[in-house]
Ligand binder design. Structure first.
Ligand SMILES: CC(=O)SCCNC(=O)CCNC(=O)[C@H](O)C(C)(C)COP(=O)(O)OP(=O)(O)OC[C@H]1O[C@@H](n2cnc3c(N)ncnc32)[C@H](O)[C@@H]1OP(=O)(O)O
Ligand SMILES: CC(C)C(=O)C(=O)O
Ligand SMILES: [Mg+2]
Length: 515
């Protein structure tokens, strides 16, 4: 069996998804889970993109021990220096430098000749190699690049010191047969290919990312790059869980495996979905809610007689256990702590006490507290900043009637500690709440997107709201979870406002909390 290296770029290419913005605490939590999942490399960000990105990559590099941590850099000294600043504390400093090689990108974007692109790539790899133990080079838009030129760039980058050469299908254009041939061509025509491993990085614009990644492996790729749940720029990157489970299930065909702990897949998917607000479609391969649901009579009959009639992978394989009824209002602190550990959370004493209090309040109102409820509650506590200096919701009251104008009254604590209560109307309850919050907040807030999702099932399920807002021209996202949809709507809005305030403070040089 060949071992395929798994390079996870959820925190870099995944965060390039429109509307996703993770703060450092959330990125750290995701990185720790990717480490538990057993990915070989975590691409933690693009350090030159912003001081916040650099800081997040640095914290992840200094925390994660069992996966390599890397950061992206353009082929210039400034980006490579920023990456070094972020990654020098990691166990095996590793950088990912790139430059586009296709004719379209050379002519219109970079305005460079072939020779200039090769020269820039070589200079960048050599410069990076002065500090970094491991250098990965990517030929952006490789799959639309002339094959002989791609081989030339690859050979030059390896000679300059790159030990991983990534061949991205940047715009999701290639077909499985073609990408297999590209990898075979490079394997056969690059003189020094034995000194590097080839990597595939596929996007899903035509829905072929998983097929293309698997075809690249057949053609000789030793590393696959992608994201969990397939999030990423435009239609997203290849979903790593699909590649890993396909290799496992069809090892008879691919004769390849990965180092992933497949039973950590579901937890990783849930955490990333929750923190990014990118909800996983029910019919999504491997991690969708319906991936193991048999609806029709003939299928149910077959599964009852013999599971393998209609089930090629088991829920247990990806760590999906039956949703147990776990805790109730009579549960104590010890049981709660051990349940939190079972669900994969290692909370500080302060956060654990806070989570226990919220759990007890919830248990008073909700009949059954499921693993899903607890996961949501604990993930919120784990990623909540303790040094927050923002707006805090203390009360929501809404009057609604089909014959009346909805009116909301909101009480909150301002960043300077003052208590306020305001009221306003709207065409619906949520609009009334948001109009009221706008009266409380300093500046102009615009709602850009609103999504609501229930955590688990049942009439008393928790409501999780994700919003995207603009505050004084600064875009940010926020989320809120509560049993009541209106309360979660208010919490999500204020969370997004607080994040925008933090980003603005950062930009104006005033370091504040990681809200
Ligand atoms: C395929 C991918 O996923 S690539 C990664 C995409 N990710 C990102 O862009 C991360 C977020 N980006 C950013 O924050 C900003 O774009 C920054 C900080 C990286 C750069 O910002 P700016 O300096 O303002 O440049 P801007 O983004 O407008 O333009 C990019 C410049 O980099 C150049 N460039 C693009 N790729 C490369 C490269 N790999 N190597 C060298 N130069 C490059 C472009 O030609 C352009 O140069 P020009 O200004 O001479 O025309
Ligand atoms: C930066 C590179 C690797 C990339 O994300 C792409 O080309 O899609
Ligand atoms: Mg990409």
């Amino acid at each position: 069996m060949r071992k395929i290296e798994i390079f996870d770029t959820t925190l870099r290419d995944g965060e390039q998804s429109a509307g996703v913005n993770l703060n450092t605490i959330e990125k750290l939590e995701i990185a720790k889970q990717l480490e538990r999942l057993g990915v070989d490399v975590i691409e933690a960000g693009f350090p030159a993109a912003s001081p916040g990105d650099l800081d997040a990559v640095k914290q992840i590099a200094n925390t994660v021990k069992h996966s390599s941590v890397t950061g992206l850099a353009r082929s210039n000294k400034k980006d490579i220096d920023a990456a070094w600043e972020a990654l020098k504390g990691s166990a095996e400093p590793r950088i990912h430098v790139f430059i586009a090689t296709s004719p379209i990108h050379r002519e219109y974007k970079l305005k460079m000749s072939k020779d200039e692109v090769v020269e820039r790539a070589v200079e960048a790899v050599k410069y990076a190699k002065q500090n970094f133990a491991k250098v990965q080079f990517s030929a952006e838009d490789a799959c639309r690049t002339e094959l002989d030129f791609l081989a030339r760039v690859t050979e030059a980058a390896i000679d300059a010191g790159a030990s991983v050469i990534n061949i991205p299908d940047t715009v999701g254009y290639i077909t499985p047969q073609e990408i297999k041939e590209i990898f075979q061509y490079l394997t056969q025509n690059v003189r020094n290919i034995d000194k590097a491993i080839l990597s595939a990085h596929c996007h899903d614009d035509l829905g072929m990312a998983a097929a293309n990644s698997l075809a690249a492996i057949e053609g000789g790729a030793g590393q696959v790059e992608g994201t969990i749940n397939g999030i990423g720029e435009r239609a997203g990157n290849v979903a790593l869980e699909e590649v890993a489970v396909a290799l496992y299930t069809r090892s008879d065909f691919y004769k390849a495996t990965t180092g992933l702990k497949l039973n950590e897949i579901k937890r990783t998917s849930n955490l990333i979905s929750k923190l990014t607000g990118m909800i996983v479609p029910a019919n999504k391969a491997v991690v969708g809610d319906n991936a193991f649901a048999h609806e029709s009579g003939i299928h149910q009959d077959g599964v009852l007689k013999e599971k393998t009639t209609y089930e090629i992978i088991t829920p247990e394989l990806i760590g999906l256990s039956a949703n147990k009824l776990v805790m109730g209002k009579h549960s104590g602190r010890h049981a709660f702590k051990s349940k939190a550990a079972e669900l994969g959370f290692d909370l500080s004493e302060e956060k654990l006490n806070d989570a226990f209090k919220t759990f007890k309040e919830l248990a008073d109102r909700k009949k059954e507290i499921t693993d899903e409820d607890l996961f949501s509650l604990l993930a919120d506590k784990q990623t909540q900043a303790t040094d927050v200096n923002g707006y805090e919701l203390t009360g929501v009251q809404v009057q609604y009637g089909t014959e009346h104008i909805p009116t909301a009254t909101i009480s909150a604590v301002l960043p300077d500690g003052t208590n306020v209560t305001e009221a306003s109307t709207g065409s619906g309850s949520v609009e009334a709440i948001y109009n009221t919050i706008e009266r409380i907040v300093d500046g102009e807030v615009k709602l850009l997107d609103y999504k609501i999702n229930s955590v688990g099932g049942g009439r008393d399920a928790l409501a999780e709201v994700h919003v995207r807002v603009e505050l004084n021209g600064m875009e940010s996202s926020g989320r809120g979870t509560a049993q009541d949809v209106l309360e979660s709507s208010a919490l999500a809005y204020l969370n997004a406002v607080n994040r925008a305030v933090t980003l603005q403070a950062r930009q104006s040089g005033v370091e504040k909390a990681h809200i």
